[in-house]
Design a protein around this ligand. Structure first.
Ligand SMILES: C[S@@+](CC[C@H](N)C(=O)[O-])C[C@H]1O[C@@H](n2cnc3c(N)ncnc32)[C@H](O)[C@@H]1O
Length: 307
């Protein structure tokens, strides 16, 4: 579907009573975009493995295996938390503004994770210390299913983080920050900074392209650069779905404002074809402060440290 039609749908649904519930129903039963699948779990686990490999290169894996971890915006499937459990971690806090996980999604994620971890070709296999037991079918709550693995689930999480200053070793946040406007982001980064221990790490991955569409569909991925902030806020974003259109330099600024020191900042490079596509877009002057490299980047993965 055309992405503008999709954003218009979100606008209409966000105004209708019951619109959010209808949208959730559609995601679950029609587009099935929130249902766990082997491919979804494997793809997310790979994001975790990339970070694991970074920690190995930096000789910091004990910070993950023995530390206290926070997954901010945990979403629908605990794929990365299961990876950390399998690698030996016993203390994880999963938080989200919405209670997107349910028992059946958690069970399915366990099942697909088992299949992946038992695949002799899987790149993470050599680091697996244990696998989670099959879920007890009589347990129906997400928190109760995750508790035996040393995981807490809080959704929504209200003022949980300010009550845990200096308690976390690592914060992980995958594909969440592109939805959060810059001023709110600064506040969240400060909160994360406060709840990390000195030397604690904050790792995030963020898509920059494909707003209101899949970031994997290349044609049209830079369309969002055409619009002024006013048009974007009034006609495209809605309370049901919004994207901030921030780029690499914005994240570098907000992280520095919160006190973080960057250890790694890796833009997902644009291909020749991506750059040719960007050239065809009439980029709005509000993006003039960015370099072509920043505008073309398809996303970023960073690791920041609390000094
Ligand atoms: C695209 S999903 C990503 C989920 C998961 N991290 C993953 O990679 O599969 C974004 C998630 O972030 C959550 N979210 C949005 N704003 C948030 C916030 N301020 N704090 C915590 N979670 C948030 C949403 O409810 C949603 O579950």
């Amino acid at each position: 579907m055309n992405w503008l039609l999709k954003s218009a749908q979100f606008q209409v649904l966000s105004l209708l009573p019951g619109g959010t519930r209808f949208y959730n129903y559609t995601q679950e039963h029609i587009t099935r975009s929130t249902v766990a699948s082997f491919q979804r779990v494997a793809q997310k686990v790979q994001v975790g493995l990339d970070f694991w490999n970074w920690l190995r290169r930096e000789n910091q894996i004990e910070q993950l295996t023995g530390g206290r971890l926070l997954d901010l915006g945990a979403g629908w499937h605990p794929s990365i938390p299961l990876l950390w459990y399998a690698f030996g971690n016993d203390q994880q806090t999963l938080v989200d503004v919405f209670p997107n996980m349910d028992a059946s999604k958690v069970r399915d994620t366990f099942k697909f994770f088992h299949t992946l971890a038992n695949d002799s070709q899987w790149a993470g296999r050599e680091f697996v210390k244990r696998l989670p037991e099959a879920c007890d079918p009589s347990v129906t709550g997400v928190a109760a299913l995750l508790a035996p693995l040393g995981m807490e689930y809080h959704a929504p999480y209200h003022d949980l983080l300010p009550k845990r200053p200096g308690q976390y070793d690592i914060v992980i946040c995958t594909q969440v920050l592109q939805h959060i406007p810059k001023p709110v982001q600064v506040a969240i980064f400060r909160e994360l900074y406060a709840c990390l221990k000195p030397g604690g790490l904050f790792h995030a991955t963020i898509h920059f392209v494909g707003q209101f569409r899949s970031p994997n569909v290349r044609p049209g991925q830079y369309e969002h650069l055409r619009y002024s902030p006013e048009t974007w806020e009034k006609w495209i974003n809605s309370s049901l779905m919004s994207f901030n259109r921030l780029k690499g330099p914005d994240y570098q600024e907000t992280l520095a404002q919160a006190g973080f020191r960057l250890r790694e900042f890796k833009l997902t490079a644009a291909s020749e074809a991506d750059r040719a596509e960007l050239k065809r877009i009439r980029v709005h002057p509000c993006f003039s402060r960015y370099s072509e490299l920043d505008l073309a980047a398809r996303g970023v993965s960073f690791v920041a440290e609390k000094p």
